[in-house]
Write a protein that binds this ligand. Structure first.
Ligand code: ADP
Ligand code: MG
Length: 707
């Protein structure tokens, strides 16, 4: 690693660790913290003093200055002062209190309350002066604030001197108490030299300020601090903390990697007569990129050290066959390979493809999904513990009771749907006392480099950066939903010419039941108006058997049009389908649109994609513009990161994979190469400092250990 060479070695003893002792004292050493508070704090993951130091504000509220009503901007918090000029109370549909406030700028702001007591109503006397705070928005009568904080002013009241930090809260613990606890804890922070475990040389190289003052700054900004920078998240103190946080994540993932790579793995040789036979039986030759990536995998597999490799490749780049070839290497060595996909539809498709290519070579392919129950499950489990050679399934493969005979390779497809914990769980499955399985992770949502570096810090990366020959970019148009009939007509013509089409129904996040109902309604309608066209329906609520049947019919050409929910988003491969309609495209994110569109343009026919929309926000318009402009998954991914932020992009906000507290990959992602070097250097030269950083930011590695 280049960074390791540039840094002078620092003896471990020079890394002060005394600070840890203060930081690891339980929170009840603070005055006024009793059992109830201890419990509430624990719900926030706060147990010791340093957890309070690193419980960072989510954002800030600015009550340091008053904004004139005329200058208010919707979408922002503001502190406003004015005179009550009107009060209106109504009960027509539900209780409503409206208070009009005027100020010297000659404009009016409405305060709106949906629940209130009569005392409150009385307090808003016309002519009285109020100071109010809240988020300004567009209302029916101009700008308004719903349920503002408010205070009647008798005399001039002083403004806040500094920004107010807003903390993540839990029941039984308010902002004020938490603020006080954090400040009390901060006062107990040790002096800088003892506290900052990053060696001076490293800090200089990364141009990092002092940790102790950075923490004071973000928790208790001073009156003369750069308010704008703090609110924007671009203050140097925030950068210092963000870099520490990124470093802690890198450290914890790189450490997992080191631990795994310190153990032996089965030696699997790629070249074999069966591989040659398989390659000869394919109706195509591998692309240059596929061969290159296969070569990289082959090298890993013979090394005797567990492979930890991510294969990135745009939709349709042909990742599956590479995985099939890798699995065959495991089988040829007398071992087993497991292939895991995030949805049943996709796992079933893999079952079909793996069986199609491997069964003729005499390889035993076995299926295990959550729905496999009873006797069938017992049989599958016996086979997995016995002579199964390739096991394909969903996350059911990771459940207790699934024991492999000799698992040597794990293939995980469409990784972005799994959390890091799940990945770790399957790794453990393979440890049969002597070896650790190789791991091949494949993702079809190409993610930006920076994001990959953060999310897959434990993996090496291979890139399939070439599509099979003859592919034509999908032509994309956006149409108002009012032109639906024209689109239906177009489908009729295309289908009667022997083309196949998808009709994707709106995404309804809250309920897959509503989503299924909407799909059924669309299906009924399309079937009624498209006489002579064979229409099928697939959604997440169908029984696996029925899903399978419908997919088979579509694949065999027994159906012309497939009405589907977004269940077909990932991985589904029907090369003859060349037309796709996506309803309510304005509701979908870029990654999802790209995935969906990737279902067409897989054969050599010119394909098209119609994005239907009802109404468009600026954001939706921007997304659809990107979709029309490019088919390049990487460009789309970069744009997605910019528009949505990284947490949502990986669908991992819930799993805590990259639930960063201060780091923001769009802002700090460019620091990652340096941070990664620094992490390697620390693991090598200052492992105790690494422990401290991981404990501070990730909590003693607990979160990564929990599956
Ligand atoms: P993805 O990378 O999205 O998982 P798939 O593995 O599903 O892509 O491959 C997409 C389609 O391309 C499949 O129908 C597959 O058989 C075909 N394919 C894969 N490799 C090649 C190749 N080298 N030449 C032509 N077609 C290929
Ligand atoms: Mg795929």
């Amino acid at each position: 690693m280049s960074g390791s060479r540039r840094l002078p070695p620092v003896p471990e003893s020079a890394v002060a660790t005394a600070a840890v002792d203060v930081g690891t004292q339980p929170v009840d050493v603070l005055r006024g913290v009793g059992p109830a508070n201890v419990e509430a704090l624990a719900r926030l993951g706060i147990r010791v003093l340093q957890d309070l130091w690193f419980h960072l504000p989510l954002r800030y509220e600015d009550r340091t200055r008053i904004t004139r009503i005329r200058d208010l901007e919707p979408g922002r918090d503001a502190l406003v002062e004015g005179i009550v000029s009107g009060v209106e109370r109504s009960f027509r549909f539900r209780p409503l209190l409206r208070v009009a406030i005027d100020d010297e700028s000659g404009a009016t702001l409405t305060l709106r309350f949906f629940h209130f007591r009569s005392q409150q109503v009385d307090a808003f006397e016309p002519g009285a002066r109020f100071r109010v705070f809240g988020e300004v928005r567009h209302g029916a009568q101009g700008l308004e604030i719903i349920h503002p904080e408010y205070k009647r002013l008798a005399f001039d009241a002083p403004l806040d001197a500094a920004l107010t930090p807003v903390y993540p809260l839990t029941e039984g613990l308010g902002q004020k108490s938490l603020l006080r606890l954090v400040r009390d804890a901060l006062r107990m922070m040790p002096a800088s030299e003892a506290f900052d475990v990053l060696p001076e040389s490293l800090r200089r190289r990364l141009q990092l300020g002092d940790l102790r003052s950075a923490l004071w700054k973000v928790h208790a900004p001073a009156a003369d601090d750069d308010v704008a920078a703090l609110l924007a998240g671009s203050h140097p103190a925030q950068r210092r903390l963000a870099v520490d946080e990124l470093l802690a994540h890198q450290l914890s993932m790189r450490r997992v990697r080191r631990t795994l790579r310190g153990q032996p793995a089965a030696v699997l040789t790629g070249a074999s007569s069966r591989r040659d036979r398989l390659l000869q039986s394919l109706p195509f030759a591998l692309t240059g990129a596929q061969s290159r990536v296969l070569g990289e995998i082959d090298q890993d597999l013979v090394s005797g050290v567990p492979m930890l490799r991510l294969v990135q490749g745009d939709v349709g780049s042909g990742k599956t066959i590479v995985a099939v070839l890798a699995a065959l290497s495991a089988v040829d060595a007398g071992c087993q390979a497991a292939v895991m996909a995030p949805t049943e539809i996709l796992a079933e498709q893999h079952l079909r493809i793996f069986s199609q290519w491997l069964a003729p070579l005499g390889v035993r392919v076995v299926w295990l999904a959550g729905k496999v129950q009873g006797k069938a499950r017992n049989t599958a489990l016996q086979e997995i513990a016995g002579d199964a050679e390739v096991v394909v399934g969903t996350h059911a493969l990771m459940q207790d009771g699934v024991n492999f005979r000799r698992l040597s390779l794990v293939v995980i497809d469409e990784q972005h749907r799994f959390g890091v914990h799940q990945r770790l769980a399957l790794r453990e499955k393979g440890i049969d006392g002597s070896t650790v399985p190789h791991q091949l992770v494949m993702t079809a949502t190409p993610i930006p480099r920076t994001l990959a570096m953060a999310a897959y810090a434990d993996l090496d990366t291979s890139l399939i950066d070439e599509l099979p020959p003859g592919r034509q970019p999908v032509q994309t148009v956006a149409l108002r939903a009012s032109r639906r009939d024209e689109v239906i007509e177009r489908i009729r013509i295309a289908c009667s010419e022997g083309r196949q089409a998808y009709w994707v129904c709106p995404l309804i996040e809250e309920s897959d039941q509503l989503e299924a109902q909407a799909a059924e309604a669309t299906f009924d309608h399309l079937r009624a108006v498209l006489g002579g066209i064979r229409v099928g329906l697939i959604h997440g609520r169908l029984r696996p058997k029925d899903k399978q049947r419908v997919m088979d019919e579509f694949k065999n050409g027994a159906l012309d049009l497939l009405v589907a929910t977004t269940v077909i988003e990932v991985g589904v491969d029907v090369p003859n389908a060349s037309l796709m309609v996506i309803e309510n495209a304005e509701r979908m994110g870029l990654a999802q649109l790209h995935q969906l569109r990737g279902r067409v343009g897989r054969g050599s026919a010119q394909s098209s994609c119609v994005l239907l929309y009802q109404s468009m926000s600026d954001l939706a318009r921007e997304r659809i513009r990107v979709m029309r402009e490019t088919n390049d998954g990487f460009r789309i991914a970069e744009k997605d990161l910019e528009l949505r932020g990284p947490g949502e992009m990986l669908g991992t906000r819930q799993t805590g994979l990259i639930g960063f507290r201060v780091a923001d990959l769009a802002r700090h992602g460019h620091e990652l190469p340096a941070v990664r070097d620094a992490a390697e250097w620390l693991l090598e030269h200052a492992p105790t400092a690494a422990d401290v950083l991981i404990a501070r930011w990730i909590g003693a590695g607990v979160r990564f250990a929990e599956a």
